[in-house]
Design a binder for this molecule. Structure first.
Ligand SMILES: Nc1ncnc2c1ncn2[C@@H]1O[C@H](COP(=O)(O)OP(=O)(O)OP(=O)(O)O)[C@@H](O)[C@H]1O
Length: 413
């Protein structure tokens, strides 16, 4: 098909679509005739891109393509985009995270998700805009009513509790009616509404992850991403790139640009688990991000503004680490604006029966706990805390087989 007007792509005059497509590497800014709707298609799926390329044609439409969220993000930074068509299966980012990030940062860009599951292209939007409707009828010549479904993030946590041991009304998925846990629940609820940084402390297995998730779920940010990064699990050399992202070519192996996890949490919450393992060399960069709300990608010069709430957790004694100069004092004070300490299970034995019943209901729904087994569970010191109790109940459910009563002999401590 030949175009009525010409287009300049990377300094080349193009008069046909094929010329444009060959001149246009993915993510290259394009100059379009006045009035053209610049549509950025983000999909790793070559077949889908080809299919749409045949339908979304000039002069009304100007299609540019990206294969990943990071490429699309770069393009958006450099050029105007009127419409972003999103494949939910991105290779590098959760599409829901990506779409909320785009909506926040580029409010002038409309985002539409392509439903590719059925092989059909279905546009979804709760309130179809004129552009969405126009594109929908272009893609589906017999116009059908647009399917009302924005990519709403799935509930971050599904309740795993059975009728025998439902979650405590205090916090989602957190069992604990003891005074100590009620206090934790109160503090969590209080702080969740704010953007305050939270530091969750406690021994391993006490439920710090669950509290961090509850802070996010109960906050006004709950529809945005909760991005988790375990600082102990990622080698020091990779952690900076993972957190802050990098630009193409900034180091060997950086074959394409990537945004970091901090950026991916835009609008939502970043959970820095095992913060005590954050290398000293990175701590000042984290502090700068917390103080200024900005990140700089490795190899990049721009400071990118991000709106991210931080929850950190640790089982390390950070004040001692500060004294030993293993953790920056200024970062410690910045993180510990609102500390929540999770008591070890031995300080809340009252929670043991309900926790045990909940885990039993999960692993052996047909069985009940005998007094004998419960007495054993009540008196154990639980050095591994709730995680240990969970594991004991899982093991017991295997030893139990088809029996209906969980007795002392099934409890291996
Ligand atoms: N109050 C609770 N109610 C229900 N389940 C719990 C509770 N506390 C902990 N758990 C369960 O115990 C296990 C360990 O919890 P979690 O991972 O949150 O602990 P943690 O303190 O973050 O441990 P670590 O420091 O090792 O990361 C998980 O399976 C979690 O679901």
């Amino acid at each position: 098909m030949y175009l009525h007007e010409h287009y300049v792509v990377r300094g080349r005059l193009c008069q046909s679509e094929s010329q444009i497509m060959s001149a246009l590497p993915i993510s290259e800014p394009v100059s379009a005739p006045a009035g053209a709707i610049i549509t950025l298609l983000v999909s790793p799926n070559g077949r889908l891109r080809r299919e749409l390329r045949e339908k979304i044609v000039p002069p009304r439409w100007m299609l540019v393509e990206a294969q990943s969220g990071a490429e699309a993000f770069e393009y958006l930074h450099d050029s105007r985009v009127d419409l972003l068509l999103l494949d939910p299966m991105l290779p590098d980012l959760e599409s829901t995270e990506f779409s909320s990030m785009v909506l926040e940062r580029f409010p002038e860009t409309q985002v539409l998700t392509l439903n590719t599951h059925t092989g059909q292209l279905v546009l979804g939007s709760t309130s179809p805009t004129p552009l969405a409707t126009e594109l929908s009828s272009l893609l589906h010549p017999q116009p059908s009513a647009p399917v009302p479904s924005w990519p709403v993030p799935p509930p971050a946590l599904q309740s795993v509790m059975s009728a025998r041991g439902g979650p405590d009304p205090g916090l989602p998925n957190v069992i604990g009616g003891s005074d100590a846990m009620r206090r934790v629940s109160e503090l969590t609820r209080m702080v969740a509404q704010r953007d305050t940084t939270v530091l969750v402390t406690g021994e391993s297995g006490t439920g710090k992850d669950l509290i961090a998730q509850a802070v996010h779920l109960l906050s006004p940010r709950h529809r945005h991403p909760l991005v988790v990064i375990n600082c102990a699990a990622i080698p020091e050399a990779l952690l900076e790139a993972e957190l802050f992202g990098y630009t193409k070519g900034s180091f060997t192996g950086a074959v394409q640009s990537r945004i970091g996890r901090i950026h991916a949490a835009h609008g939502g919450t970043l959970f820095l688990d095992e913060i005590g393992d954050m290398p000293l060399s990175l701590q000042s960069k984290i502090l700068r991000f917390l103080e200024q709300g900005e990140v700089q990608r490795i190899g990049g010069n721009d400071n990118l503004k991000v709106d991210v709430r931080v929850v950190a957790a640790t089982n390390a004694a950070l004040p001692q680490m500060v004294q030993q100069k293993l953790f920056r004092e200024d970062l410690y004070f910045r993180l510990a604006i609102f500390p929540i300490r999770l008591p070890p299970l031995r300080e809340r034995f009252g929670d043991v029966p309900r926790l045990a019943a909940t885990f039993l209901a999960r692993f052996a729904p047909h069985a009940t706990l005998t007094e004998e087994a419960l007495a054993m569970l009540r008196t154990h010191p639980w050095p591994g805390n709730v995680r240990e109790l969970r594991n004991v109940m899982e093991r017991a459910s295997i030893l139990l087989g088809n029996e209906r009563e969980l007795r002392g002999e099934h409890v291996v401590l």
